[in-house]
Design a protein around this ligand. Structure first.
Ligand code: CA
Length: 238
């Protein structure tokens, strides 16, 4: 059971999505334009936002920017065309997942469940009764109990997905993870995501941790294989 903000200006699709999510017990709040979406996202603090890109007022990309400036609420983006998806991925906005229209209601449910499971995992990991686990590297600390990341002395805001990804990589320093493995570990078996989703999340993580070729670049690309966390790089540069 979660509180879901559905932002979609096509009324028919909006009510179909609403009905479908309510059917499995979720509470749904609707918004039909950009400004209302931002206002409701910030005032109601939903568990997840299902967000269309083309909206009146301003678009879903601007909504994501404004929401992300204040919170790490998971966002499932709805895109109408592959070109829109390319744009979203290119912008590295911080959406947690994407669905291309037309999509089936079953697919929507699967994505929503996967995102909720991930943020539930993060909440479980941040429970105070759990022993604090601090992953500490030069210029980077990851407090897995408090769900806090500090890079170069600055607090870094990560989404639930980004945090899971960083925690997995950093807990296994030096080990190379394939994209397939990361997708399965972080997104789960039932989520249908693209390899590019991983790449786009890694790019965003790097940017948030300090950007490529900077002392904050802890995540190495291993060509043809995948990614690995390397504090050696970070240590050398510090
Ligand atoms: Ca629309």
């Amino acid at each position: 059971m979660a509180h879901i903000l559905v932002v979609e200006d096509e009324k028919e699709l909006a009510s179909l999505v609403r009905r479908e999510l309510e059917l499995v017990g979720h509470r749904v709040t609707s918004a039909y334009d950009g400004p209302t979406a931002v206002e409701k996202a910030l005032s109601l603090d939903p568990d997840i936002i299902v967000l269309d890109i083309m909206l009146p007022g301003f678009d879903g990309i601007e909504v994501t920017r404004r929401v992300r400036a204040a919170t790490s609420t998971p966002i499932l983006m709805l895109t109408a065309r592959a070109t829109e998806l390319d744009k979203v991925l290119g912008l590295e906005l911080g959406a947690d997942d994407y669905l291309t229209k037309p999509f089936s209601m079953r697919e929507l449910q699967a994505r929503v469940s996967a995102i909720l499971r991930r943020s539930e995992m993060v909440r479980e990991q941040s429970r105070p009764r759990e022993a604090a686990e601090l992953l500490s590297f030069p210029n980077l600390t990851i407090d897995t109990a408090a769900h806090e990341v500090t890079s170069g002395g600055q607090r870094v805001m990560l989404t639930a997905t980004e945090f899971s990804l960083l925690k997995l990589l950093a807990s296994n320093q030096g080990r190379v993870f394939s994209r397939e493995f990361l997708l399965e570990e972080v997104w789960g078996n039932d989520a249908v995501v693209f390899d590019r989703t991983i790449d786009s999340h890694i790019q965003r993580l790097r940017k948030k941790l300090g950007g490529p070729d900077s002392p904050g670049d802890f995540i190495e690309t291993v060509w043809g294989v995948g990614y690995r966390f390397s504090a050696r790089i970070a240590g050398n540069a510090s």
